[in-house]
Ligand binder design. Structure first.
Ligand SMILES: [Zn+2]
Length: 282
């Protein structure tokens, strides 16, 4: 059996990820949404195993793999420790703050809510160094959606969930191209399982940046409202809070179907609905 950190994204999946990299794709399913995880992996993760890989020679994080259970979940959102670590691709505040919003955030490979109990305060800065990377707001938000699926499943069923996040850095780039997220529940007989295998791209609509360094090249989001008046493109509105999104925004997954309405851009502007802060659809 391979050591748990040896799993990499296969060249076939890399090709698939590249081929699906277009402006409208933010999250795609890999391998028909079936993870490359087996129940036996649980044995590898038992005991006092560190869920994180060491940083590589370029100071970048690697595969993180843990068995998430009621023992590792945080009890609430409180107590989240402040983060001091600076992952590769870090930017100055001024460079990152565009149109009143930050483009990049520090993202966790394994979210604090899933693994809090193992990360006591003393250990926390050490964990942050190997658990963090830089990603866009949209990416962070997309990842949170899948983290929440895992947390909810563990809380609802008491099952444990094998959970692996594999960052994909191309060449010597400082910014990650995206992350693969896989989950597989180890089921009690009576419960429905949880399975996913997705790739979340590190992108932000209308913003171009260099993956080599993290430098932001262009931000066209402020010019979009004019374009949108002309466009026939469709947007998704959440009627609960009157926010509108691009169709592939990770937030769209969270909208209940009875609150989900699709409209053309030109109609939206007239109705003065509020743009989403994650996908910046304006
Ligand atoms: Zn959105």
């Amino acid at each position: 059996m391979k050591l748990k950190w040896e799993y990499k994204i296969s060249s076939e999946d890399k090709k698939y990820i590249k081929n699906h990299d277009n402006p409208d794709e933010f999250i795609i399913k890999l391998n028909g949404n079936i993870p490359y995880l087996v129940d036996d992996n649980k044995k590898q993760l038992e005991g006092d195993v560190n869920p994180f890989s060491d940083l590589d020679s370029l100071n970048r994080c690697g595969v993180a793999f843990a068995c998430i259970s009621n023992k590792t979940l945080s009890e609430g959102q409180g107590n989240r420790p402040s983060i001091k670590s600076k992952p590769t691709g870090i930017f100055s505040k001024e460079e990152n703050f565009i149109n009143g919003k930050y483009i990049f955030q520090r993202c966790h490979l394994i979210g604090h809510q899933l693994l809090q109990k193992k990360n006591d305060k003393k250990n926390n800065e050490n964990v942050n160094k190997i658990n963090l990377f830089i990603g866009t707001r949209l990416m962070n938000h997309g990842m949170r959606y899948f983290e929440n699926l895992v947390a909810d499943h563990v809380r609802e069923t008491g099952n444990c969930v094998l959970y692996r996040v594999t960052p994909y850095f191309e060449g010597s780039n400082k910014l990650v191209y995206g992350v693969r997220m896989e989950a597989k529940s180890i089921n009690n007989k009576d419960t429905k399982g949880l399975l996913f295998n997705v790739f979340v791209y590190n992108k932000q609509p209308c913003v171009k940046f260099k993956y080599e360094t993290g430098e932001i090249l262009t931000d066209e989001s402020k010019d979009l409202s004019k374009k949108m008046l002309k466009t026939k493109q469709k947007y998704v509105i959440n009627e609960k809070n009157n926010r509108f999104h691009i169709e592939n925004c990770a937030s769209v997954y969270d909208i209940k179907s009875q609150k989900k309405v699709t409209q053309k851009g030109e109609d939206l502007i007239q109705e003065k609905k509020c743009p989403c802060g994650i996908c910046i659809p304006y």
